[in-house]
Design a protein around this ligand. Structure first.
Ligand code: GDL
Length: 545
């Protein structure tokens, strides 16, 4: 690959070099000439890309006013290089102002390497923000009064630099709520020591989180001073903001309130909104902690209470706490078209499973870039095609993942399994148990074959398979279960008078198969297979002589 860049700053050049080095396989045989035109009239993240392709030679004129705009133009340029068109003239800009990820889950935090890679991937998804708030890192909620140590700052510096190279803003949050004294200026100073450390690294946006803490004032000094916890938190935030602004007038402060979800107007949010500086961005997870949908009507209600539009903390694809047996790999759904006009943006809380999270996060990037054009299925398929490129591996992985689209916002967690189960029950209820057996046998066979490929040494994304260990194991057990059910059904006969009947003990055998299936707690295949085994056994038992 040859890359020649004319115009722009040395930072633009570094951004383009890093981008194409990262995508070397896609541009291996190309010779790319970029002409960067800085145009202050272009709105912040917007770009104008005019490019043509002549065999392997690509020439692109890119007009932008910001580094972020330049980075997004490279995403569009790569899509053009990979596509069939020979010319493009595209002016584009993102829908949502803030788009990104908040690493805010309970569990093992992402590693430094994952975060570095995450920054690059998030930029490929068109996202501009990455906030670090790992719940179970001691520095996040427990040690917040201590300044960051030199080792932490060394790593944070690398993250900030990587983020700058990809047009993202990186922030590290402070969560003082478990032990803070809101009225104490020493606690404001403790937060500020950390913010100053981050500011010195080039951080410009700061997070102050009050989620998952006691809902009453704890300390006598606070109880004496404030009439409500909302008042205390607003006062604390305003003092932090004033000090932050004194250091850097452009700095931004993002706050997660203590009560961060709900339906309709909430007194606490109203009080917080009234007392807290209007400059502060307030996070909100929607109606629930994990909201099935986020819509304009609710955003309007929030704005009336909080006196500012919500910045969504979207708890998808996170799978912590009570959700650890679920794997959330389906596309984002249920976020309304046009929500960008009623919110400050959206930050997605991912799974501890980093690689697997990238699939739903890619679809979230697409939604946030252009909510009107967003098509969940197409976006998901495009993301998976980039994630697993070998055709056989891709097909097997796709079949596995389509059994775990998971969570309330992807109503049907296992659509293909649903179709299989529909056909088998129709067959046996209509007097054709042997046909039902054959469907199960064949479907089980496909799963077993897939499982062998997915777990073989030659599989191209062994890292993904390793992360999804329990679900991959469950996949195998699912395949075996279907083969066993095929054998059960093959022993059955059906008559209009007696319904489905089989040899004695067959009903109990189905329950044993079911027990073995349920032993692995990882959830896969939705509820259907489990329900079917319950029904099959009940039907056989009812008809036993
Ligand atoms: C929460 C926590 C979050 C956690 C998520 C899902 C917020 C603001 N806080 O309540 O850390 O990962 O639920 O369990 O969402």
């Amino acid at each position: 690959m040859e890359l020649v860049i004319a115009g722009g700053t040395s930072h633009h050049q570094a951004m383009a070099q890093a981008f194409f080095a990262r995508h070397a396989p896609q541009v291996a045989n190309s010779s790319i000439t970029l002409n960067v035109i800085e145009n202050t009239e272009t709105p912040n993240e917007k770009f104008h890309l005019v490019a043509k392709k002549e065999n392997a030679a690509i020439h692109a004129d890119i007009s932008i006013s910001s580094h972020a705009g330049f980075r997004w133009s490279l995403n569009a340029l790569l899509r053009f290089i990979e596509g069939a068109e020979t010319r493009i003239d595209l002016q584009d800009s993102p829908a949502f102002a803030r788009r990104g990820v908040i690493e805010g889950f309970y569990g093992i935090p992402w590693t430094h390497e994952q975060r570095l890679r995450g920054i690059e991937c998030f930029a490929d998804f068109g996202m501009n923000s990455f906030m670090l708030a790992p719940k179970d890192s001691p520095w996040q909620r427990f040690d917040w009064r201590k300044p960051f140590g030199s080792q932490f700052l060394g790593l944070a510096k690398e993250l900030v630099e990587r983020a700058q190279l990809h047009g993202l803003s990186l922030s590290v949050c402070v969560s003082p709520g478990l032990s803070v004294t809101y009225s104490d200026d020493n606690d404001v100073a403790a937060v500020m020591i950390r913010y100053k450390q981050l500011l010195d690294l080039g951080v410009t946006e700061f997070g102050l989180l009050f989620d998952d803490i006691p809902w009453e004032l704890q300390v006598p000094a606070d109880i004496a001073k404030y009439d409500s916890i909302a008042h205390a938190q607003a006062s604390f935030t305003n003092r932090v903001l004033a000090e932050l602004k004194a250091l850097d007038n452009e700095a931004k402060l993002i706050v997660c309130p203590m009560e961060y979800c709900g339906r309709g107007p909430i007194e606490y949010i109203h009080q917080l909104g009234t007392h807290m500086s209007p400059e502060v961005e307030l996070m909100w997870t929607g109606r629930q902690i994990c909201s099935e949908y986020l819509d304009i009507a609710d955003a309007i209600v929030f704005k009336e209470s909080a006196q500012r539009p919500p910045l969504y903390w979207d708890n998808y694809p996170v799978n912590d706490v009570a959700m650890t047996h679920e794997l959330h790999v389906g596309p984002i759904r249920g976020r309304e078209i046009g929500l960008e006009n009623y919110s400050l943006g959206l930050l997605a809380n991912p799974m501890e499973k980093f690689e697997a999270s990238l699939l739903p996060l890619s679809t979230i990037g697409d939604y946030l870039w252009n909510s009107t054009k967003y098509n969940p299925q197409e976006s998901w398929d495009r993301a998976l095609a980039h994630m697993v490129t070998n055709p056989d591996d891709h097909a097997a992985m796709r079949r596995l993942l389509r059994n775990s689209l998971g969570s309330c916002l992807n109503g049907n967690a296992a659509p293909d399994m649903g179709t299989i189960l529909g056909s088998t029950t129709t067959a046996w209820r209509n007097g054709r148990p042997e046909e039902a057996a054959e469907i199960f046998r064949k479907s089980g066979e496909v799963i077993m074959r897939d499982h062998a490929l997915l777990t073989s040494q030659k599989f191209s994304r062994r890292d993904l398979i390793q992360e999804m260990g329990p679900w991959v194991d469950k996949y195998l057990v699912g395949g075996q279960t279907m083969e066993q059910l095929a054998m059960v059904l093959a022993q059955c006969s059906w008559t209009r008078e007696n319904g489905l009947t089989g040899p004695d003990g067959l009903a109990a055998e189905v329950l044993t198969i079911r027990e073995r299936f349920e032993k692995i707690q990882a959830r896969l295949f939705g509820d259907g297979l489990d329900l079917l085994m319950g029904e099959l056994s009940a039907e056989l038992r009812a008809n036993e002589k």
